[in-house]
Design a binder for this molecule. Structure first.
Ligand code: CTP
Ligand code: K
Ligand code: MG
Length: 180
C-alpha cells in the first residue's frame, strides 16, 4: 500500500523534479528580469535565467514522453498502476515547477534575501506548489485522476526530503554553490 503510493507519487512528480535540477546545469546567460529592480532590489536576480528555464522545462517534458514509453512494462513489473502523461500535463508539471521556483526568488528578493540565500520551507516546496497549481489549472481532469488525496499527501511529505538530499549531492559534486 505505502510502497505503491510512494512509487505512484514519485513517478507522477518526476517531470516536476527534473526541471530545476537541469536548470542548475543549463543556467547562465540573460536573467529573466533583465537586471530590473524594484524598491532597490532585483526583481528575480541572476539565478533565474531564460536558458535555465527553457532547457529545464524542455527536459521535464521530454522525460514525461520517455516515461510514457516505459509505463506499460513498469506497471507489470512493479504491480502498480501509473498515470500516463499527456503533453499538457507534462508541460504543466514541468513549467509549473520552474514557475514556483521563480516565484520563490521573487519573494526572497522582496524579503531582502540575496541570490543563493536559503529560505527554509519555501525552498523545498516552491516547485511543488507551482507544479501542482499549474497542473490543476491547465489539466484539471488529469490532475484529479493522478493526484488522489493519499498520493498528494505522500508528495508533500516526500518531496522536501528528496529536495534536501538531491541538493546536498549536487553541492558535494560541485554542481551547486549552496547545499539547498
Ligand atoms: N537556474 C536558472 N534558471 C532558473 C532556475 C535556476 O538558470 N529558472 C540556474 C542558475 O544558474 C541558478 C542555479 O540554477 O544560480 C541554481 O538555482 P537556484 O538555487 O534556484 O537559484 P539561486 O542562484 O540560488 O538564486 P535564488 O536565490 O534566486 O534562488
Ligand atoms: K530555488
Ligand atoms: Mg539556490
Amino acid at each position: 500500500m505505502l510502497r505503491s503510493l510512494v512509487l505512484k507519487a514519485f513517478w507522477t512528480m518526476l517531470p516536476a523534479y527534473v526541471p530545476n535540477n537541469v536548470a542548475v546545469l543549463a543556467g547562465g546567460g540573460e536573467p529573466i528580469d533583465g537586471g530590473r529592480t524594484w524598491n532597490g532590489r532585483r526583481l528575480l536576480g541572476d539565478g533565474k535565467t531564460w536558458r535555465g528555464t527553457a532547457v529545464g522545462t524542455l527536459a521535464g517534458v521530454l522525460l514525461a514522453l520517455v516515461l510514457d514509453l516505459l509505463r506499460g512494462p513498469l506497471e507489470k513489473r512493479l504491480g502498480v498502476s501509473l498515470p500516463a502523461f499527456s503533453l499538457k500535463s507534462a508541460f504543466a508539471l514541468s513549467f509549473g515547477a520552474m514557475l514556483g521556483d521563480i516565484g520563490a526568488s521573487f519573494l526572497k528578493r522582496r524579503s531582502g534575501r540575496e541570490r543563493g540565500a536559503a529560505f527554509p520551507g519555501l525552498d523545498q516546496l516552491d516547485f511543488v506548489a507551482g507544479s501542482l497549481g499549474l497542473t490543476a489549472a491547465l489539466a484539471p481532469a488529469w490532475f484529479r485522476a493522478a493526484f488522489k488525496l493519499p498520493v498528494l499527501v505522500v508528495v508533500v511529505v516526500m518531496t522536501p526530503v528528496l529536495h534536501v538530499v538531491t541538493n546536498v549531492i549536487a553541492y558535494v559534486l560541485g554542481l551547486k554553490d549552496e547545499p539547498w
